[in-house]
Design a binder for this molecule. Structure first.
Ligand code: OXD
Length: 311
């Protein structure tokens, strides 16, 4: 079995896979072109198109991340090769940490203290009960569901939304267009963890952002395409004219890296992080990759990515 790995720190993945599968030939995408030919599997994250185009006998592709948007847009992606993606694999916990940080930032008024500090102003802000602070989570897949539960266990009132009905213990779940409007009207912090698909593009547009209560905050560790950035900037307002929303913590953007001239960098109520919310943790993910390889080899039925749905 020949496996080609492409991801940051690919040699660590190569070593871990070689150790677990001593009979396999595991190469990184840095290997000479002639050695990369005729691979059975690609285990990849944001791979260059040539890596896909040069293969002739692939049996499966393992996406070393949760989102498949980049892979599905890669020119030359074969349409007849099954794709699997990592499901949670340690990313849920990292994403939950990021979301909790964002919720606490606004819940404990860290944005206000940052502003007050600039004026040497000593002014404690009131703290409401956590159970009175409602948090919305859009997207209740493996990672979104984990995040919703983690926030609920941290004491917040959590409302979740997905396109089709879902049930998560302790989380008030909504679905469909009507459910989205209902949820948006009630949450003080909104977290977006949906995949990047045709159906989710600009799901937070000007109209939907206006449905959030005044003073709500937005935390986006999901995908940049979920939010209309100009609508978000308008809803955030500026120093002269404060907007409907209080602030945003953003990890993902319409264009990445975020262009240096984007007004989001300079906005006083926006925190920008460089798509770092949930990097794939090798130790947690490797077991899942190995079980996928065993399942492919033994012809076991796998839950594969549906390219039409985009996840
Ligand atoms: C992912 C990501 O999709 O880190 O896994 O963006």
């Amino acid at each position: 079995m020949k496996i080609i790995v492409h991801i940051d720190e690919a040699t660590q993945w190569q070593e871990a896979l070689s150790q677990a599968l001593p009979q396999a030939t595991v190469l990184t995408s840095e290997a000479p072109a002639e050695e990369r030919q005729q691979a059975d599997y690609l285990a990849i994250w944001k791979a260059p198109a040539h890596l896909l185009q040069e293969q002739t006998q692939l049996k499966g592709i393992i996406n070393l991340g949760a989102g498949v948007d980049y892979l599905l847009k890669t020119p030359g992606l074969p349409s007849d090769v099954p794709i699997v993606k990592l499901r949670d694999a340690g990313m849920g916990e990292l994403m939950a940490d990021y979301a909790l940080y964002g919720v606490l930032h606004f819940y404990r008024s860290m944005d206000r203290y940052r502003e007050q500090q600039q004026n040497a102003s000593w002014q404690p802000q009131a703290v409401v009960e956590k159970s009175q602070w409602s948090v919305g989570v859009l997207g209740l897949g493996a990672i979104g569901g984990f995040v919703a539960s983690a926030l609920q266990q941290a004491g917040f009132q959590v409302l979740g939304w997905s396109r089709s009905p879902k049930q998560i213990s302790g989380v008030h779940c909504f679905h469909g267009d009507g459910g989205l409007t209902e949820l948006l009207g009630q949450v003080q912090s909104l977290i977006t963890i949906l995949p990047d698909t045709e159906a989710t593009k600009h799901i937070l547009n000007a109209e939907r952002l206006a449905q959030l209560p005044k003073g709500a905050s937005v935390i986006n560790p999901g995908r940049g395409s979920l939010i209309d950035e100009q609508a978000l900037l308008d809803a955030l307002g500026n120093a002269e004219q404060p907007g409907h929303l209080r602030g945003a913590l953003l990890d993902v953007f319409q264009e990445e890296p975020l262009p240096t001239n984007s007004p989001l960098w300079q906005h006083p109520n926006v925190i920008v992080t460089p798509h770092m919310a949930a990097p794939t943790p090798l130790n947690d993910a490797i077991d899942q990759v190995i079980s996928y390889l065993h399942a492919f080899e033994s012809g076991e039925k796998l839950s594969t990515v549906n390219p039409d749905a985009g996840y």
